[in-house]
Design a protein around this ligand. Structure first.
Ligand code: ZN
Ligand code: ZN
Ligand code: ZN
Ligand code: ZN
Length: 198
C-alpha cells in the first residue's frame, strides 16, 4: 500500500505550474491543472483542444510548433521547400506549393528509418562482422607464425652456443697439451744441463 510520502511522489503535476494535474489536452499532449486549462487554450487560440479528465487521456503524437508563426502547430510538410508549415504558412508563403499531410510525412520518415535500419542490420552489420572475423583470423595466423619463428631462433641459438663451446673446448685442450709438451721438453733440457754442470 502506498505510504503518504510515496503517494505524494506519485502525484503528476501540471505542465504549466506546480499544482497537481487534473486535466489533459489530447491534441497538445499536456497535463493541466483546472486553473491552467484556460491559459493553455488562450495561448493556442487557433487550434482545437480536446481537454479531458487526466484519467481519460489518449497518448498520441504532437506535431511541432511552426517556426514562423508562434503558437501554431504544423499541419503539413512543403515538398518544394522541405519545411513543416502551419495553416497560415499553407495559405500564405507556400500557397502554390505541394504539401504532404504532417502525419503522412512522419509515417513516411518512420518507414524510411525502418528500411535504413533493416539495411544496416541485414547487410552492413553482417559485412563488418565478416571483416572483423577475417581480421581476427589473420591476427591469430600471424601470431602463430611469430611463435614458430621465435622457437626456430631459440633452436639456432642453442646450436650455435654448442658449436662455439666445442671450438673453445678444442682450443683449450690444444693449449693444455702444447703447454705440457713444451714444459716437458724444457724440464728435460734443464735437468740435462744441470747434470752436465754438476
Ligand atoms: Zn497549472
Ligand atoms: Zn491543447
Ligand atoms: Zn506557419
Ligand atoms: Zn513551400
Amino acid at each position: 500500500m502506498a505510504t503518504p510520502t510515496s503517494w505524494a511522489q506519485e502525484v503528476i503535476t501540471c505542465d504549466l505550474c506546480p499544482k497537481p494535474t487534473q486535466q489533459f489536452c489530447n491534441n497538445c499532449q499536456v497535463s493541466l491543472c483546472v486553473d491552467c486549462v484556460s491559459k493553455h487554450v488562450d495561448k493556442f487560440k487557433s487550434q482545437i483542444h480536446d481537454i479531458v479528465h487526466f484519467t481519460n487521456r489518449k497518448i498520441q503524437p504532437v506535431f511541432p510548433e511552426c517556426k514562423v508563426h508562434s503558437n501554431q502547430r504544423c499541419m503539413a510538410h512543403c515538398q518544394k521547400c522541405d519545411v513543416h508549415g502551419c495553416l497560415r504558412c499553407i495559405l500564405s508563403s507556400h500557397n502554390t506549393h505541394n504539401f504532404t499531410e504532417i502525419h503522412m510525412y512522419f509515417e513516411m520518415k518512420k518507414n524510411e528509418i525502418g528500411s535504413e535500419n533493416h539495411k544496416i542490420e541485414s547487410i552492413i552489420v553482417p559485412k563488418y562482422k565478416q571483416k572483423i572475423e577475417n581480421l581476427a583470423s589473420k591476427i591469430s595466423t600471424s601470431t602463430a607464425k611469430f611463435d614458430e619463428l621465435e622457437k626456430e631462433a631459440e633452436k639456432h641459438r642453442k646450436l650455435w652456443h654448442q658449436e662455439v663451446d666445442n671450438i673453445f673446448n678444442k682450443l683449450n685442450s690444444l693449449i693444455k697439451s702444447t703447454r705440457f709438451k713444451i714444459s716437458t721438453i724444457q724440464d728435460k733440457k734443464f735437468y740435462s744441463s744441470y747434470d752436465a754442470y754438476c
